[in-house]
Design a protein around this ligand. Structure first.
Ligand code: SF4
Length: 389
């Protein structure tokens, strides 16, 4: 490292302190084919940095590594030593970086006044400080306004997704039945134990096929043995086949005796606490399942329980929600925990409210490989749009 580079690093060190990193994996740039290169430094969490005092042609070569470094903010520091016209070099480099940049990249080119031989500490520190502050200011604004736009887009999308899409069954008719017939919906909720959701949401449809109708009064007349026989003959069976008859029998009795056969009365005009209590009184339905039933009722029937603290209601992290939050740039890792935290930061009043939209985007467009970004409603806002995945 020559004295000019040392001068540049010393200036940044005085500004960024321990956040200046000049060696190790953070300064590496990885290219296809296992090739890698290094840039001069990064300021942790802020920007990638190249410090150049060479001739203009050599500086232009360094721009490639800077642009390909993973940090979106790029700082080029030019020390006026070997280039014939430092001002023109700075302008030229800025143009090149502007042409090469991705839309989430921010570029700052700083031409110093001093050099390693003839330092101008105060002037040059001020110039670098201004560039770093610009990054930080823009990051704050960008993150704040981008998050607000992402959240609002997800909430809008959530409003237009048909409930049927959020309750996928093995046949369209089965989905339709589950979200238009409250009794079918309640049956699926109560049997939803350790099974794929597609199968659970299909079972009420299978029962209707078997019996010829899905009538709580008819099922209420059946003995436990009859119900057990029915479950055993269904093409798809609940996981806990021995408990399922009692579960259906309990639910049906409540629907017939307390709700006049209309299962929507299980929740209509009720508090979430009452609904939970009712579901928990059914054989095999524990607090977790009763709680989930309450959430699903809100989702499927556009009910909003006034006694639920929606702040505490998180998204359900799964492959779709986790991936989409990560690719949108809202979460920093593809983990359950990061996804839950990211949804909380996006929509703190009700994190779970964006669950359906995230899940839908993941299922429809944001596939693990080759996502369909052009069709995706988040295309304008997404950090990873069109990135080769
Ligand atoms: S724009 Fe592309 S990467 Fe971003 S969420 Fe949509 S499909 Fe996924």
């Amino acid at each position: 490292m020559n004295q000019h580079d040392r001068y540049g690093k010393k200036l940044i060190k005085e500004i960024a302190g321990e956040r200046l990193i000049t060696r190790g994996s953070q300064i590496r740039v990885h290219y296809d084919g296992g090739v890698s290169a290094s840039i001069d430094a990064v300021v942790e969490g802020t920007c990638a940095i190249e410090i150049e005092s060479r001739v203009a042609k050599q500086i232009r070569g360094a721009l490639v590594d800077l642009i390909f470094h993973e940090l979106p903010n790029k700082l080029l520091i030019i020390i006026p030593v070997h280039m014939s016209n430092p001002e023109a070099t700075a302008i030229h480099c800025r143009c090149i970086l502007d042409k090469l940049r991705r839309k989430d990249h921010k570029i700052e080119v700083v031409l110093l006044s001093g050099t390693g031989d003839c330092p101008e500490f105060e002037i040059d520190k001020e110039r670098i400080c201004q560039a770093l502050e610009t990054f930080q200011r823009e990051d704050t604004t960008r993150n704040g306004s981008l998050s607000a736009r992402i959240c609002s887009e997800l909430l809008e999308l959530g409003k237009i997704i048909e409930p049927m899409i959020l309750f996928p069954a093995l046949a369209r008719e089965a989905s339709e039945l589950a979200i238009t017939n409250p009794y079918a919906f309640a049956i699926a909720c109560c049997l939803d134990r350790g099974m794929k959701s597609e199968i659970i949401w299909t079972i009420p449809f299978d029962i209707r096929q078997y019996l010829g109708s899905l009538d709580p009064y008819q099922i209420n007349q059946m003995s436990l043995e009859d119900i057990s026989l029915m479950f055993n003959r269904l093409p798809r069976k609940p996981r806990y086949i021995h408990d399922a008859p009692q579960t259906l029998d309990d639910l049906t009795r409540i629907v017939v005796l307390d709700c006049d056969g209309d299962a929507s009365k299980l929740w209509e005009g009720k508090l979430a606490t009452e609904v939970r209590r009712t579901f928990e009184s059914i054989h095999g339905v524990g607090p977790g399942l009763a709680n989930m039933a309450v959430l699903l009722i809100e989702k499927a029937f556009n009910v909003s329980f006034t006694d639920i603290d929606h702040h505490q209601m998180d998204i359900k992290p799964d492959v779709h929600t986790i991936r989409v939050l990560f690719r949108l740039g809202v979460s920093s890792k593809e983990t359950d925990r990061e996804a839950v935290e990211a949804a909380r930061s996006l929509n703190p009043d009700f994190p779970g409210e964006i669950d359906g939209a995230l899940w839908y985007i993941g299922r429809e467009w944001c596939h693990a490989n080759r996502p369909s970004c052009i069709q995706c409603p988040m295309e304008d806002l997404c950090l990873m749009v069109d990135v080769d995945i």
